[in-house]
Design a protein around this ligand. Structure first.
Ligand SMILES: [Zn+2]
Length: 183
């Protein structure tokens, strides 16, 4: 169950409740109904979140459960989202506060710079600017991709402690990036 005892304790101390159990039950039913109406999926990361506080902040907003579902799935599939517990508050808050996700991404300047360097080097050698395509034997072996056809990848995965900076950045074609990200 994603509404834990901890949530109730928090709520009680927050409101200095005179332990009116009926009032407490009604309140928690409202919280549970609200969460169930917004989130159609139940994820293990929902456990232990302060739903009482999230309810207080966001329950007057209107959400489309389908949209929330789509956003949640996309964030769960995103290789660079480090804090999965943060996705719920992030979505409820209108997908603005990326700090909640503790996301690890390369900035545009880094991507452009690495792309430029890789592409010049690849053109000089007559191979693809995707280093993985360049190793292959198919028609993409010498293909020069546009910047928008490539994505930044960590040479050492950030899950293995690789930094999100230019020294650990390589640009891969979308196909190879996806293949690596799913590992
Ligand atoms: Zn490639």
């Amino acid at each position: 169950m994603w509404v834990s005892k901890g949530n109730i304790d928090n709520y009680m101390s927050y409101h200095r409740f005179d332990t009116n159990i009926t009032e407490l039950k009604t309140y928690f039913n409202s919280v549970i109904d609200w969460v169930s109406s917004v989130f159609v999926d139940v994820e293990s990361e929902m456990r232990g979140l302060n739903w009482g506080e999230l309810y207080e902040c966001f329950h007057t907003n209107a959400y489309s459960p389908n949209e929330v579902h789509t956003k949640l799935q996309a964030l769960y599939a995103d290789f660079f989202v480090k804090n999965r517990k943060g996705v719920f508050e992030y979505i409820l808050g209108g997908c603005v506060d990326t700090k909640l996700l503790d996301i690890r991404i390369f900035d545009e300047v880094t991507k452009r710079s690495v792309y430029g360097r890789q592409t010049l080097d690849a053109q000089a050698r007559g191979v693809s600017n995707c280093p993985l395509c360049a190793l292959g034997t198919d028609s993409n072996k010498a293909r020069i991709y546009k910047l928008k056809e490539m994505d930044a990848d960590h040479v050492t995965a950030w899950s293995n402690g690789g930094a999100t900076d230019i020294s650990n950045c390589t640009m891969l074609c979308a196909t190879h990036n996806r293949a690596k990200g799913n590992k």
